[in-house]
Design a binder for this molecule. Structure first.
Ligand SMILES: CC(C)(COP(=O)(O)OP(=O)(O)OC[C@H]1O[C@@H](n2cnc3c(N)ncnc32)[C@H](O)[C@@H]1OP(=O)(O)O)[C@@H](O)C(=O)NCCC(=O)NCCS
Length: 195
């Protein structure tokens, strides 16, 4: 049996419907599962996630996304806990300054509407708050009404200014722990193991 990750970095979460999902940072051995997850997303989802018509991650981007040693940034991988884990979502964060951290997220098309996006973004918030960063920001295509509705429900506001007219910048103060849902309740540390 091989322990793949430090237990404190792998969180086992429960979706509202009862499914168990693990969320953990990606490492270089995840390049193939991340790439195949991206290829399985619909063209519209990939466009909304990466702001362009991309079929898969370019090699340099894949390397960066699976580099576990970059300070202040990580890709979180969500997997359905089954005999063979399957990747069903991802979220990435990158610290921009002492005050702000940027994030982006996607959920597999067949897993939408089950609360995974909400669980993943709350877990990401816990991790970023643990780094001492008080604000989470994200850039969303102005045409991406689904993500904008999701972000509103997750407590994000809209920044007065955006860097690009095609984009809307969403912002959330994460300095206060989530009411009624402290990180400890959301995330039960677990070991992810492989035979
Ligand atoms: C946006 C996205 C992450 C939402 O994930 P999800 O797992 O379906 O979201 P959830 O099930 O947790 O939904 C949470 C809330 O947001 C709302 N919501 C989610 N998607 C929505 C949509 N397309 N339209 C309207 N509301 C939506 C849900 O109704 C839900 O509200 P509720 O709590 O009152 O039921 C997912 O649709 C996705 O991956 N989109 C493609 C990639 C993308 O656009 N990424 C953004 C780049 S920054």
């Amino acid at each position: 049996m091989t322990i793949l990750f430090a237990p404190r970095l792998t969180h086992t979460l429960r979706l509202p419907g009862g499914d168990r999902v693990t969320v953990r940072p990606a490492y270089p051995g995840d390049a193939e599962i991340l790439q195949s997850y991206i290829r399985r997303l619909s063209a519209t989802s990939r466009y909304n996630r990466f702001f362009g018509p991309l079929r898969e991650l370019p090699p340099a981007e894949l390397d960066r996304a699976t580099d576990a040693d970059l300070p202040g940034r990580a890709t979180l991988i969500a997997e359905i806990s089954a005999s063979k884990p399957a990747m069903i979502g991802e979220a990435r964060y990158a610290v921009l300054s002492d005050h702000a951290c940027e994030f982006a997220i996607s959920v597999a098309d067949t897993w939408r509407g089950k609360g995974l996006g909400s669980v993943l973004v709350r877990n990401l918030q816990c991790r970023v708050r643990d780094l001492g960063i008080p604000t989470l920001v994200g850039d969303v295509l102005r045409s991406n009404e689904g993500m904008l509705a999701f972000a509103r429900k997750a407590g994000f506001g809209i920044a007065a200014r955006s860097v690009d007219p095609k984009l809307v910048r969403i912002v959330k103060d994460i300095s206060v722990p989530q009411a009624g849902r402290p990180c400890e309740e959301l995330a039960v540390p677990s070991l992810l193991t492989a035979a």
